[in-house]
Design a protein around this ligand. Structure first.
Ligand code: NAP
Length: 555
């Protein structure tokens, strides 16, 4: 193990051009891009290896709900050509192996210090440097800091009283033991029935003596339609990658699907049924593209929601359980659709039961299990698939201080504010990957990451070309962008789903709908226009050593 992998301070010089926080998909591509620009970079990573969210989330059934051929980097033709995805939707293990391969292939680990959590980042106006501090007390300086801390990295703390009393073992999906967990012969209680819970349930049910699933909100769950990728499909993808990638870059969600540009209300009932049936069977998340108004028109949405409820009733044999599994309190797609394999079928097993917490609320965790308002159930193991303090969680755990002592947590106390989702006023030379007010959370995140990183590289290049040393979002541009993101979110039915997109899942978190919903391709064009107009909405200042520039601000 290298010194960097041990997190040793001695392995690290004290100054770099850029410090990157995080070594997941975003951090790795940033390291590669910064090196290509000839900039020195050091990344700090809390885990013992690369991978980010795919390093930690090793729970049974973990896999991506975006197709592997597009949930991958596009920056290197060689990488694209040599890697073989074995299944349509890759498992966590395969994605992690891919990320590790990328780290090896481009020798990225030598610029990463592992087992190192960043605790603070402070901007010093006099020397125009960021000082980044780690939990081990190491201090390193850089001209730029880029937060590649991920949207889904910090678990939402378990907010059910009594966990400390529980005498059995418990696990949270976001920090699963690398060696796995054997549920054989165990009575298991599982809380959480969204994307993560839906993936775990079928696999835990196969092992456990009995699995009890605690559901608070029923979700729209669609079959993944997963299958191995044949040699022929692999060849086809490799041959058509340029077109596929181009499509993902300008699509609404970073995918290569062709969405139906017709209203659900114009189609006949038979046409709707046929389109829903086809998309339900094979298209996973792209079911939402069945018609062009599912996310903006409640009546159109209701047709799709009823189709899914019909599927639930046809698969789940016990009519009471089927009704409990039917989502009724939010429009389809207003919370992220859940993609599973045999999730609904699992409720037909004799060793699986469902507790509907809307009918019988959870009271507390006890020494021996869980108590709802009407019963106490004994468990050997508890599993929490209760989600994340998403988008801002990781950043809020770092003490970030900008100009004039401005603390990020104070600036964002009523909700996060970013210009283009990439930068926040008062924090010069700090960029955020897939941050609040970017489309990252709603898009194929790898496509978003490549766009963000490329844009940031060009931005740093422009700054240098202008002989300037500092760039930051102007408050006016930031306000206008935040307002635009908020207004757009009111157009879609997302406003009707209480989810991690708006912080609604974490008690006490400010409620702000964080992702840009205007479409990824549109977002890319807006970012390109900002760059083409001399980084409109950003303020450039400072003067590179040996250069003379006029000191007026280029706003
Ligand atoms: P999540 O969407 O926030 O869902 C958390 C689940 O836990 C919900 O069912 C929630 O119920 C429940 N819950 C939370 N606190 C609870 C409590 N105190 N009592 C009872 N139930 C409680 O989290 P997630 O499933 O981990 O997914 C988060 C995101 O990660 C997804 O939306 C997706 O973007 C990503 N993800 C993707 C994949 C994939 O690619 N396949 C897999 C996993 C995750 P309520 O809804 O009632 O709050």
């Amino acid at each position: 193990m290298s010194e960097a992998q041990q997190g040793k301070a001695s392995a690290c010089p004290s100054e770099f051009d850029v410090i990157v926080v995080g070594a997941g998909f975003a951090g790795l591509y940033l390291i590669h891009s910064l090196r290509q620009k000839g900039l020195s970079v050091r990344a700090f990573e809390a885990g013992s290896d690369v991978g980010g969210t795919w390093f930690w989330n090793r729970y049974p059934g973990a896999r991506c709900d975006i197709e592997s051929v597009i949930y991958s980097y596009s920056f290197s033709d060689e990488l694209q050509d040599e890697w073989r995805w074995s299944e349509r939707y890759a498992t966590q293990a395969e994605i992690l192996a891919y990320i590790q391969h990328v780290a090896d292939r481009f020798e990225l680990r030598r610029d990463i210090q592992f087992n190192t959590r960043v605790s603070a980042a402070t901007f010093d106006e006099k020397d125009e440097r960021w000082t980044v501090e780690t939990e081990q007390g190491q201090r390193v300086k850089a001209r730029f800091v880029i937060m590649a801390t991920g949207s889904l990295t910090v678990p939402k703390p378990v907010d059910i009283p009594g966990l400390e009393d529980f005498k059995g073992t418990w696990y949270h999906s976001t920090n699963w033991p690398a060696e796995g967990v054997d549920f054989t012969g165990k009575r298991v209680g599982l809380v959480g029935t969204a994307s993560t819970g839906v993936q775990m349930v079928p696999l835990i049910a196969q092992q456990a003596e009995h699995l009890t699933v605690f559901q608070r909100t029923a979700n729209f769950v669609l079959p993944a339609g997963n299958r191995p990728l044949s040699e022929e499909e692999q060849r086809h993808y490799r041959a058509t990658y340029p077109q596929i990638r181009e499509k993902t870059r300008y699509s609404s969600g970073g995918s290569h699907y062709q969405f139906n540009d017709q209203s659900a209300l114009v189609a006949t009932a038979e046409e709707r049924e046929a389109i829903y049936e086809e998309n339900y069977r094979i298209n996973g998340l792209a079911f939402l593209g069945s018609f062009n108004d599912l996310l903006i028109n409640e009546e159109a949405n209701a047709t799709a929601a009823e189709f899914i409820r019909g599927k639930i009733r046809s698969v789940v044999k016990d009519p009471v359980v089927a009704e409990d599994l039917c989502p009724n309190d939010h429009p389809l797609g207003s919370k992220r659709l859940c993609i599973g394999s045999s999730y609904l079928e699992t409720f037909n097993r004799s060793n699986v039961s469902l507790v509907n917490l809307k009918r019988t609320p959870l009271e507390r965790i006890t020494e021996g299990g869980m108590r709802t308002c009407d019963q106490e159930l004994p468990f050997d193991v508890l599993v929490f698939a209760t989600g994340f303090d998403a988008i801002t969680g990781a950043l809020s755990r770092i003490q970030v201080t900008g100009r004039e002592g401005l603390k990020l947590k104070d600036k964002w106390k009523d909700g996060p504010r970013c210009y283009l989702g990439l930068a926040t006023a008062g924090f010069p030379n700090m960029f955020i990957m897939t941050g609040p007010q970017s489309p990252g959370a709603l898009a194929n995140v790898v496509v978003a990451i490549e766009q963000h990183a490329d844009w940031i590289m060009d931005c740093i290049g422009y700054l240098e070309q202008q002989n300037r040393t500092l760039i930051e979002a102007s408050p006016d541009a930031e306000n206008a962008w935040v307002e635009k993101v908020a207004a757009l979110s009111q157009i879609t039915l997302h406003r009707k789903g209480a989810s991690w997109y708006s912080g609604a899942n974490v008690p006490g978190k400010p409620r702000v709908f964080m992702p840009f919903v205007g479409g990824f391709g549109n977002y890319r064009r807006m970012c390109d226009a900002v760059a083409a107009n001399g980084y409109e909405g950003f303020v450039l200042s400072g003067c590179a050593a040996g250069a003379t520039v006029e000191q007026e601000e280029l706003a």
